[in-house]
Design a protein around this ligand. Structure first.
Ligand SMILES: NC(=O)c1ccc[n+]([C@@H]2O[C@H](COP(=O)([O-])OP(=O)(O)OC[C@H]3O[C@@H](n4cnc5c(N)ncnc54)[C@H](OP(=O)(O)O)[C@@H]3O)[C@@H](O)[C@H]2O)c1
Length: 304
């Protein structure tokens, strides 16, 4: 067995001959998955000890070129997972990408992990999933419950908002000099995907995380007035924030040609954010990765 012992600065791996310690990643072909693989490699995990799982053949092939083991799977087709986790010790289940369809997909992955007897299942959940009113979180809460019922030793990485979710706001600021929505004074403790990926790599390569749920978020929470001021500094052109009521936002989005379901989703999400569902700053993310999270301004500067 390999013994992943924690040092303050990272990862220590001791190997007894012959037994591998494979880390399998569902969602390895996605953005968070690929950054997590980068972090695992940086922390000294051998590429051959990583098993990348996903549908996208091109991205799997690119990972294969780096020495990562790959298997094409589709969580909508359980037969593609037969035997896939044999010999795997740890699994990262990155939540699947289509809200509303995720429960059966996650259930397939959890069942396969339980049948394979994996020693540790790490799941990327949503901030405060057990209690939040965030519209997207119900499937995460239900997935955590499925994992708990499976009996697999588990860790929940309750990821807050990606700063990258606001790339389009930054582009709008650049183009029009105004950002408008119904979030109002709601604050968002965002961090870029790379920070969450690093946290996942830490949890997968150091001991003592089983049975824990981490509420992960950026060190500082910002509101849209501050986002606009930051964008103005970064762009060097005037940017202002225009708060809208939910009804004004509904009209605006309809005017953009969005269908009723999408309009309802966005307005509901923004109402929830306005209530503070993404504002938690507890330092868990910085503490796991051993450094401050990347500030909003630094991410915006990387987009110029
Ligand atoms: N915290 C946030 O702000 C935030 C924002 C957006 C999303 N999320 C959640 O975080 C997850 C990771 O984010 P991301 O940016 O990395 O998303 P992403 O780039 O869209 O990656 C999603 C991953 O899920 C895989 N996947 C989806 N359906 C699948 C299926 N039926 N079978 C097998 N694999 C499937 C994709 O595989 P292929 O590409 O190979 O098809 C891909 O690897 C998302 O899936 C979503 O649940 C969080």
């Amino acid at each position: 067995m390999r013994d992943y012992s924690r040092s303050r600065h990272g990862y220590l791996c001791q190997t007894n001959e012959g037994i591998s310690m494979t880390i399998a990643i569902f969602g390895a072909t996605g953005q968070l998955g690929s950054l997590t693989i980068d972090s695992l490699l940086t922390r000294g995990v051998a590429a051959g000890d990583i098993l990348a799982l996903g549908r996208n053949q091109d991205r799997l092939a690119r990972l294969g070129e780096r020495g990562v083991r790959t298997t094409a799977i589709d969580l909508d087709d359980a037969s593609t997972l037969d035997g896939v986790l044999g010999g795997v010790e740890r699994v990262l289940l990155i939540s699947a990408s289509e809200p509303g369809k995720r429960m059966p997909q996650h259930e397939v992955a959890i069942n396969v992990a339980a049948a394979a007897g994996v020693g540790h299942l790490v799941y990327t959940s949503a901030l405060q999933a057990p209690t939040t009113t965030l519209p997207l979180a119900a499937e995460h809460k239900a997935t955590e419950e499925l994992i708990a019922a499976s009996g697999i030793p588990a860790t929940y990485l309750r990821n807050g908002w990606y700063t990258e979710n606001h790339r389009s706001d930054f582009d709008t600021a650049r183009e029009h000099g105004v950002i408008s929505n119904s979030v109002g004074a709601g604050r968002i403790a965002s961090a870029p995907r790379g920070d969450y990926a690093e946290a996942a790599a830490v949890v997968l390569t150091t001991p003592g995380h089983e049975g824990k749920g981490y509420e992960l978020s950026g060190d500082a929470a910002w509101d849209f007035a501050e986002f606009a001021a930051t964008a103005e500094r970064v762009l060097g052109t005037p940017v202002r924030y225009e708060p809208l009521s939910s009804e004004q936002e509904r009209e605006q989005l309809r005017g953009f040609g969005l269908d009723d379901a999408t309009v309802g989703f966005v307005v509901g999400l923004n109402a929830s954010i306005a209530e503070g569902t993404l504002s938690l700053t507890n330092g868990d993310l910085a503490s796991l990765i051993g450094r401050p999270t990347v500030p909003l301004e630094e991410t915006l500067r990387s987009w110029v």
